[in-house]
Design a protein around this ligand. Structure first.
Ligand code: ASP
Ligand code: MG
Length: 418
């Protein structure tokens, strides 16, 4: 007997038919005495609809009242699922964020969970109920409703998993699990039966929109196994586990592509302490979400250059800041390049293999793909390239790193090649 958290995303509860099918699935999982808590998102598209609705009466798209509005999307699906489960013959109870006592900070629209009180949920499970919890929401200590930021119901699921000491948290999606690359781009993409937390975390940050990075981090810290699988079939999906459990593996687990990247460059920047600080203070004050930073210190002395990347949504703001900053330095100039993607290879095995970056660069060069910026960590290499090459580059790297083969076997090949 296990305690299982199941999280159903917006498409999985996107229609009444789908809600009924989720109800059957939840009941099925509860057979044999398993305790099941279902965490639900709003119906697909509903949160966006609510935002647009709010915008029709208010210039303010954040704050206390906006969170009251946004939290209603999950209230609807929570109630519908509990009703459908009861209709199918099992006892169910729905809880909103404040009823589970998910206590959060007061930063509306991006609140952080401070604590989850497990008592009421555990009692209901003990009494034989299937518990349905509204994702994405909580309440401050004073009782104001808060939301956790877009995609936040993933975080609700794992936070509940931690509080209830769940055996696992299962994410039901409209995809079969985590793939070596986007199957829509790369026909050879293979489902990964297992990935390490760290790999999943990197992939989430680097643009794989499967799990919220904060929920992966929370699971890793608390050692809760995550499962990513489809709500449309019964395939086992992908299990996210500690790295130690992946005994043998190839250097690269998967390829991720983050679209709509912009590179902003400042040249002719004075070479003295404090300049970088001033530049990035101005960028932060303009609320620009930056990603990579590269500073090039001129070895001949004199002027330096610095480049950073951001999403295209921040391009206009970034250009305004760059213009202002470059004008502040004699000889300063600025430029932007848009239409870029950040292409990343990720794998915990990189710690054991050498020459991974070199193989990536050679493969891109053979295809005539220019690289505009590079960023690495111990388990990833990211390259900024033109978006017109994105699909070609993904397919090329997929082949070069032999990702179509099961992971264990690829290692021997990699060894032989070195
Ligand atoms: N409904 C919210 C959103 O669309 C939360 C979630 O789906 O996780 O962002
Ligand atoms: Mg969602």
């Amino acid at each position: 007997m296990a305690l299982i958290i199941q999280k159903y995303g917006g498409t999985s509860v996107g229609s009444i038919e789908r809600v009924r099918s989720v109800a059957r699935r939840v009941i099925d999982s509860a057979r044999g005495g398993n305790k099941v808590v279902a965490v639900v998102s709003a119906m697909a598209g509903e949160t966006n609809r609510l935002i647009d609705l709010g915008k029709t009466v208010s210039k303010n798209t954040e704050g206390r009242e906006f969170d009251v509005l946004l939290a209603t999307g999950e209230q609807v699906t929570t109630a519908l699922l509990a009703l459908a489960i009861e209709e199918a013959g099992r006892k169910a109870v729905s809880f909103l964020g404040h009823q589970v006592q998910i206590t959060t900070t007061g930063s509306f629209s991006r609140a952080r969970i401070e604590s989850v009180n497990a008592d009421r949920t555990l009692k209901a499970l003990e009494d034989g109920y299937i518990v349905v919890v509204a994702g994405f929401q909580g309440a401050t200590r004073e009782g104001s409703i808060t939301t956790l930021g877009r995609g936040g119901s993933d975080i609700t699921a794992v936070a509940l998993g931690v509080a209830l000491k769940a055996d696992r948290v299962e994410f039901y999606k409209d995809v079969d699990g985590i793939f070596t690359a986007d199957p829509g781009v790369c026909p050879d993409a293979r489902l990964l039966p297992r990935v390490a937390y760290e790999e999943m975390l990197e992939m989430s940050y680097l643009g794989a929109k499967v799990l919220h990075p904060r929920c992966v981090e929370l699971a890793r810290r608390n050692n809760i196994p995550l499962v990513v699988r489809s709500s449309l079939n019964f395939n086992p999906g992908t299990v996210v586990v500690p790295e130690e459990e992946l005994m043998e593996y190839a250097a690269v687990a998967g390829i991720v592509c983050d679209k709509n990247q912009v590179k902003v460059s400042l040249t002719g920047i004075p070479d003295r302490p404090g300049v970088l600080a001033a530049i990035f203070k101005a960028v932060a004050e303009a609320d620009i979400n930056i990603d990579m930073i590269v500073e090039d210190v001129s070895s001949a002395g004199g002027a330096n250059s610095v480049s950073f990347t951001c999403g295209s949504a921040d391009q206009a703001a970034a250009e305004r800041v760059a213009k202002k900053l470059s004008a502040a330095y004699p000889g300063g100039a600025w430029g932007t390049r848009s239409g870029l993607v950040k292409l990343s290879i990720v794998g915990a095995g990189m710690r054991l293999h050498s020459g991974v970056a070199a193989r990536m660069f050679s493969a891109l060069a053979r295809e005539g793909v220019s690289v505009y910026m590079v960023n690495t960590s111990d388990i990833k290499v990211s390259c900024l390239i033109e978006s017109k090459y994105a699909e070609l580059a993904v397919r090329t790297l997929h082949e070069v790193f032999e990702l179509a083969r099961p992971r264990g076997r690829a290692k021997k090949t990699a060894r032989r090649k070195r």
